[in-house]
Design a protein around this ligand. Structure first.
Ligand code: 6R9
Length: 650
C-alpha cells in the first residue's frame, strides 16, 4: 500500500463533517466579502458578560500601530471554559488524566469538579494577595493541577506565565524576573518516563538566581510525595491553602483586550520574549480552530500530547478544548515509557478519536517499526493532527498508513506561539490532503509569500511567509517591550506580519512550510534561539567564541551543531566538550543539548566581523561543495579547516 501524492477527502467523512468543500468555500467567500460579519459570529461562540459591538481595529502601520479585537467586550475566559457548561453538561468528563506510571489509575474530572477546583484555587490566590493584572508563574507537570492553575489565574484576572517543566533554573529565573511574578505555582516533583524531575528544587534555585524579590509566595502541589525543602513563610502547600475554600469564586470582569497570559518563546536575538495574548480574540480563535480543524463532535475523545508549557498546550489542551466543552486526555508521560506502544495503548484505553502530536514523536516511533503500533487496535481514531515543525512526507505516510490505517485524515497545522492558534491547515472534510503540506490558510487568514525585498510572490513560487492582515488570536505585544514587538514582526516587511518562516506554494495554492529563515532552530518541535545557546557557551571560562547552527536530523528534525573557539592555550578535550554540553543544559535545559561540538580554530567572518552563518550551516549539513559566494570572507583559510574537520560528522 502506498499513499498517493494527494489524498482525496473521504466522502463518508465529508458527509458528516462540520465543513465540507462547499461549506468551506462559502465561508472563505464570506470572510472575503464581509470579514466583520464572520469575526462577529466567531465571538458569538464565547460567553460574554458584555457582548462586543466593536469588532476589529487594526493597523500594521508602524506610525499608527494597533491590534484590537472585540475591544468593548467583557468576559472571563474561565467562565467560557467552565461555568457555561455546568447546566447542560456539568457531569461530562472534561479531563482524563493519564499518569506517567502505566500502572497508575487514570483520573476522570468532570466539568463540575474542574470548576470547583478552579474556584477554590481562585479564592486561595485572592487570599494570598494576588490581584487582577498580577503575574503568576506556573512550573508544573502535565497534570490536572496545571490546567486548574491556569484557569484559576484567568478567573481572578491574573496573568499566567507557564514555564515548561524541562527548563533549567536559569531559564525559570529569567522568566520570573522579566514579568516580576508575584507568585509561583510548582510541585514537589514531576514524573517523566519513570524519572523524577526536581521541580521545587529548580524553583528554589531559580529564585536565588532571579535577582528580584517580586515573588511573595511559592505554592507547592504534593505530587510524588518526595521530601523537599519548604521555606516558611514563602512556601505554602497547595492543599493547605485550597482546603476549605468555597466552590464558587466570583469571576473577574475582564475587557476583551486585557492580558490572559504571557508565554516566553525564543527569537533570533537576545533573551526569550514574553509573547502576550489577550482574552477575547485569543479564546475565540483557539475555540473556533479547535472545533473546525479537528472536526470536533459531541462524542469525541480528544488527545493533544503537547505539554502546557508550550503554546500548543495553551490553545489545544486548555483554552480551545475546554471552551468547546470537549472531553480530553491529559498525559503526564512520554511516548516511549514503559515501551513504545504507550501512545497507542492510551488511545485504546480511553477510546481516543482525535489525536494531535508532533512529527518528532512520529519519527521516533516510526524507527521502532510497525509492531508496537499494531499491537493496539486504534479503531477509535478518526482524525490525526501534526504540529510544531514540518512533517516530512515519509513520516506523514507512516502516520497515515500505520497509525491511522489509511482511514484518518491528517491535519498538518502550521502556526506559532505568536499566532495563538492554527492559521494554515487542512480542514479534514473540506479538501484533499498532501503529505508534507499544511495546505491552505484557514478562512479569513490572509497569508502571502514575499521575496527578500518584500515584493509579492504570485502563484506558484517560494518566499518568506507573511500575513497581510490580523486575526483575533494574534499576539498583542512583547511583554514590557512594545517596541521590540513592532521591530521583530512588522519592520522586515512594513505593513505585514513576518512569521520568520519560509514556504513554497504549489500550483494548487497549497503551502509547504520549509522552516525558519532566521536564527531560530526547531529541535524536536521546540524553538531555540541560536543566540541563547551561544551565550551559554561563551559563559564558560575557556570559550572565546561560539556559533550555533542547525543541521538536518532524522528524528529531531534539526540537530544543534556548535562551533566553539577556545581561548589561546586551552586544550580541546572530550572532558571539556562534556562540560560545555552541561553548561548549555544547565543554562537552558535538556532540550537545547548540543548534538555536536566542533572545535573551531576560527570562525568565518566578513571583513566587518560578522559571522557568516550561511557558511557554517552548509558545513554542518555536509554540503561544503555548496558554500556559495565566499569572496567577502576575511580569512578564507578558516573555512577549509572547518570543512576538513567536519567530515568526521558525516
Ligand atoms: C505551534 C508551534 C513555531 C514554529 C513556526 C514553524 C514551526 C509549527 C508547523 C511548523 C511546519 C507545521 N512549525 N508548526 N512548520 N509545519 N505544521 O509550534 O509554535 O513553538 O512558536 O513554533 O514552528 O517554523 O514558525 P512555536
Amino acid at each position: 500500500m502506498s499513499t498517493p501524492e494527494t489524498v482525496p477527502v473521504d466522502p463518508a467523512f465529508a458527509a458528516r463533517a462540520r465543513l465540507d468543500a462547499d461549506g468551506a468555500a462559502r465561508l472563505r467567500e464570506r470572510a472575503a466579502r464581509d470579514p466583520d460579519g464572520v469575526w462577529r459570529e466567531l465571538a458569538g461562540r464565547l460567553e460574554w458578560m458584555r457582548a462586543p459591538t466593536e469588532i476589529r481595529d487594526v493597523s500594521f502601520d508602524r506610525d499608527d500601530f494597533r491590534i484590537r479585537w472585540y475591544a468593548d467586550g467583557e468576559l472571563n475566559a474561565s467562565v467560557s471554559c467552565l461555568d457555561r457548561h455546568l447546566d447542560a453538561r456539568g457531569d461530562r468528563t472534561a479531563l482524563i488524566v493519564e499518569p506517567d506510571d502505566p500502572a497508575g489509575e487514570a483520573q476522570r474530572i468532570s466539568y463540575r469538579e474542574l470548576h470547583a477546583r478552579v474556584c477554590r484555587l481562585g479564592n486561595a490566590l485572592r487570599n494570598l494577595g494576588v490581584r487582577r493584572g498580577d503575574r503568576v508563574t506556573i512550573y508544573l507537570p502535565m497534570t490536572a493541577d496545571a490546567v486548574v492553575a491556569m484557569l484559576a489565574c484567568a478567573r481572578i484576572g491574573a496573568v499566567h506565565s507557564v514555564v515548561f517543566g524541562g527548563f533549567a533554573p536559569q531559564s525559570i529565573a529569567d522568566r520570573i524576573a522579566d514579568c516580576r511574578s508575584k507568585l509561583v505555582i510548582t510541585a514537589d516533583e514531576g514524573c517523566r518516563g519513570g524519572r523524577r524531575v526536581p521541580l521545587k528544587a529548580n524553583v528554589d534555585a531559580a529564585l536565588k538566581l532571579a535577582g528580584t524579590n517580586s515573588v511573595e509566595t511559592v505554592l507547592v502541589v504534593r505530587h510524588t510525595g518526595a521530601g523537599i525543602d519548604m521555606q516558611m513563610p514563602r512556601d505554602r502547600w497547595m492543599h493547605a491553602v485550597v482546603d476549605g475554600q468555597p466552590d464558587v469564586c466570583e469571576p473577574e470582569r475582564m475587557n476583551a483586550e486585557d492580558p490572559l497570559f504571557i508565554l516566553y518563546t525564543s527569537g533570533s536575538t537576545g533573551k526569550p520574549k514574553g509573547v502576550l495574548h489577550t482574552t477575547g480574540g485569543y479564546l475565540a480563535w483557539a475555540a473556533w480552530t479547535h472545533e473546525q480543524v479537528f472536526d470536533l463532535r459531541e462524542d469525541d475523545v480528544y488527545w493533544c500530547t503537547a505539554d502546557v508549557g508550550w503554546i500548543t498546550g495553551h490553545s489545544y489542551v486548555v483554552y480551545g478544548p475546554l471552551a468547546n466543552g470537549a472531553t480530553q486526555v491529559v498525559f503526564e508521560g512520554v511516548p516511549n515509557y514503559p515501551d513504545v506502544s504507550r501512545f497507542w495503548n492510551v488511545v485504546d484505553r480511553h477510546r481516543v478519536t482525535i489525536f494531535y502530536t508532533a512529527p518528532t514523536a512520529i519519527r521516533a516511533l516510526m524507527r521502532e517499526g510497525e509492531a508496537p503500533v499494531k499491537r493496539a487496535s486504534r479503531a477509535s481514531l478518526r482524525v490525526l493532527g501534526s504540529v510544531g515543525e514540518p512533517i516530512n512526507p515519509e513520516a506523514w505516510r507512516w502516520y497515515y498508513e500505520v497509525v491511522g490505517d489509511s482511514r484518518c485524515p491528517i491535519v498538518d497545522t502550521w502556526w506559532q506561539t505568536e499566532t495563538g492558534g492554527i492559521l494554515i491547515s487542512p480542514l479534514p472534510g473540506a479538501g484533499p490532503l498532501k503529505p508534507g503540506s499544511a495546505t491552505k490558510p484557514l478562512p479569513g487568514i490572509r497569508a502571502a509569500l514575499v521575496d527578500a525585498e518584500g515584493r509579492a510572490v504570485e502563484g506558484e513560487g517560494e518566499g518568506n511567509l507573511v500575513l497581510l492582515d490580523s486575526w483575533p488570536g494574534q499576539m498583542r505585544t512583547v511583554y514590557g517591550d512594545h517596541a521590540r514587538f513592532i521591530e521583530t514582526y512588522f519592520s522586515t516587511y512594513p505593513g505585514m506580519y513576518f512569521t520568520g518562516d519560509g514556504a513554497r506554494r504549489d500550483a494548487d495554492g497549497d503551502y509547504w512550510i520549509t522552516g525558519r529563515v532566521d536564527d531560530v532552530l526547531n529541535i524536536s518541535g521546540h524553538r531555540i534561539g541560536t543566540a541563547e545557546v551561544e551565550s551559554a557557551l561563551v559563559a564558560h571560562r575557556d570559550v572565546a567564541e561560539a556559533a550555533v547552527v542547525g543541521y538536518p536530523h532524522d528524528i529531531k528534525g534539526q540537530g544543534l551543531h556548535a562551533y566553539v573557539t577556545l581561548k589561546a592555550g586551552v586544550e580541546p578535550t572530550d572532558a571539556l566538550r562534556a562540560e560545555l554540553v552541561q553548561c548549555v543544559r544547565s543554562a537552558i535545559g535538556a532540550i537545547a543539548t548540543p548534538d555536536r561540538i566542533q572545535w573551531a580554530p576560527g570562525l568565518p567572518k566578513t571583513r566587518s566581523g560578522k559571522i557568516m552563518r550561511r557558511i557554517l550551516r552548509k558545513i554542518a549539513e555536509g554540503a561544503a561543495d555548496q558554500l556559495g559566494d565566499t569572496s567577502t570572507l576575511a580569512e578564507p583559510a578558516v573555512v577549509e579547516t572547518l570543512v576538513a574537520d567536519a567530515r568526521a560528522w558525516s
